[in-house]
Design a protein around this ligand. Structure first.
Ligand code: NAD
Length: 461
């Protein structure tokens, strides 16, 4: 029986990063993955392919509409969807192949097949070649998540599908109905809207993007509507059916909607099927997650869990940080993940990026805060880019001035939020951020101005 110091089950951003870090720290490490490609949902059918299509579709929309403003006339712009999809697939292939190369470089052993815990310190791998058993001192469960089901809406792998299908439609839908106005629904709804589809987003709540600061989410809703996305809020979808190429979506209190594609995007649930958790006595919590302590230890000795399969936001970078912290703790005895400094980004146009507490969370907690706002339209670089929609909001403790939250909607918000993450990580005040010299002309000056605005002294507002 092959023996390792550590076996990681799952090769998504949590699992593969944990495996590489463990190997760097000297552990004899293996990673079990049942898909042919490494990288998990994020690389194969999530973050990366969706960003590829967001980028391509943005170019298409710009060529058709906004480039003329720059004096760039494109004539009759047409869509070559097969080329767009091939480009996306090439990016995915390059990156998943890159992880295989990193595994080789770091001497991480890769096992192909479904991994399940077979007993204390034992993992069974079931693949094309049959079953084999491995031993390891430590086991990390990093099996990620899958699309959450919705009663009455049965994906058929074609007309009614999840994000996986929506990344590969072979033609632009005439009418796409998106169920759920979360990250996935809005990103992929944006892609197909830009490529010419009518898109209707049906959302159960009376707002979009639950969890995102309300002022920012409201601004996003206004801007998405301007792009032609249609929304029905307070709308609980109860059923979807297909006949030929036509789908019908039913919801409470309204007339059924017909369309040719349905995207189910009502959240994700942890992947815990057939993992052998019961064999080592691990019981899932009320939301189907693997319970862990602050060091990612499960109730079973030397079995750990990280990423989407445990509590916290289902984000690739959160899983990566947990993977690193988990193995560093195993090897060195020290590690820490600061959950107050984990950013979230929605890659629509404009982007939305947030870190720290929302205004609602501060109000609910009774925390006294001061707020600084700055609008991109007051920024020279934003004007040069012709991306002037949106704003930056900095929330700081009323007494200490410590930054508690930063929320951005605007161009390249996902890149701009990085300095806010660093500021929160280092316990900076809004004064600290405002006194940092920001290059001119950059979009980042908006972050500085919003920090100045906390004290009522923005220059360009
Ligand atoms: P989500 O939880 O963000 O949003 C799902 C939405 O569906 C919610 O607004 C919910 O109210 C709504 N909903 C639920 N039941 C409904 C019903 N019956 N009818 C209508 N609406 C209903 O989920 P998601 O967008 O599927 O994303 C899943 C996870 O993946 C999230 O945790 C997200 O963080 C992650 N993700 C992140 C990114 C990113 O970082 N850019 C991108 C994609 C996904």
């Amino acid at each position: 029986m092959t023996e390792h110091d550590l076996i990681v089950i799952g090769s998504g951003p949590g699992g593969y990063v944990a495996a590489i870090r463990a190997a760097q720290l000297g552990l004899n490490t293996a990673c079990v993955e049942r898909e042919p490609a490494l990288g998990g949902t994020c690389l194969r059918v999530g973050c990366i392919p969706s960003k590829a299509l967001l980028e391509s579709s943005e170019h298409f929309a710009a060529a058709r509409a906004s480039l003329a403003k720059h004096g760039v006339k494109c004539g009759n712009v047409t869509l070559d969807l097969p080329t767009m999809l091939v480009r996306k697939d090439k990016i995915v292939d390059g990156l998943t192949g890159g992880i295989a190369a990193l595994f080789k470089k770091n001497k991480v052993t890769r096992y192909a097949g479904h991994g399940r815990i077979a007993g204390p310190s034992r993992v069974e791998v079931e693949g094309e070649a049959g079953k084999s058993e491995l031993r390891a001192k430590h086991i990390i469960i990093a099996t990620g998540s899958k699309s959450a089901p919705l009663k009455g809406v049965e994906p058929d792998g074609d007309r009614i599908g999840t994000s996986t299908e929506a990344l590969a439609y072979d033609a632009v839908p005439k009418h796409l109905v998106v169920i759920g106005a979360g990250f996935i629904g809005l990103e992929l709804g944006s892609v197909w809207r830009r490529l010419g589809a009518d898109v209707t987003v049906l959302e159960y709540l009376d707002r979009i993007l639950p969890g995102v600061d309300t002022e920012i989410a409201n601004e996003a809703l206004k801007l998405y509507k301007r792009q032609g996305l249609k929304f029905q809020l307070g709308c609980r979808v109860t059923r979807a059916s297909v006949k030929g190429k036509q789908c019908t979506v039913q919801y409470e209190g309204g007339e059924p909607i017909t369309c040719d594609r349905v995207l189910l995007a009502v959240g994700r649930v942890p992947n815990t099927d057939d993992l052998g958790l019961d064999i080592v006595g691990i019981q899932l919590d009320e939301r189907g997650r693997v319970p862990v302590d602050e060091h990612f230890r499960t109730s079973a000795n030397n079995v750990y869990a990280i990423g989407d399969v445990i509590r916290g936001p289902m984000l690739a970078h959160k899983a990566e940080d947990e993977g690193v912290a988990c193995v560093e703790r195993i090897v060195t005895g020290y590690s820490h993940v600061n959950y107050d400094a984990i950013p979230g980004v929605v890659y629509t146009e404009p982007e939305i990026a947030t870190v720290g507490k929302t205004e609602e969370q501060l109000k609910d907690a009774g925390t006294k805060y001061r707020k600084g706002l700055f609008f991109f339209r007051g920024n020279g670089r934003a004007r040069a880019l012709d991306h002037v929609d949106g704003k930056v909001k900095v929330l700081a403790d009323a007494k200490t001035d410590r930054i508690l939250g930063v929320h951005i909607i605007g161009p390249r918000a996902g890149d701009l939020v990085v300095e806010a993450v660093a500021a929160i990580e280092f316990g900076a005040s809004s004064e600290d951020l405002a006194r940092c010299c920001h290059a001119h002309p950059t979009l980042a000056e908006c972050v500085k101005e919003a920090a100045l605005a906390v004290d009522g002294r923005a220059i360009h507002a």
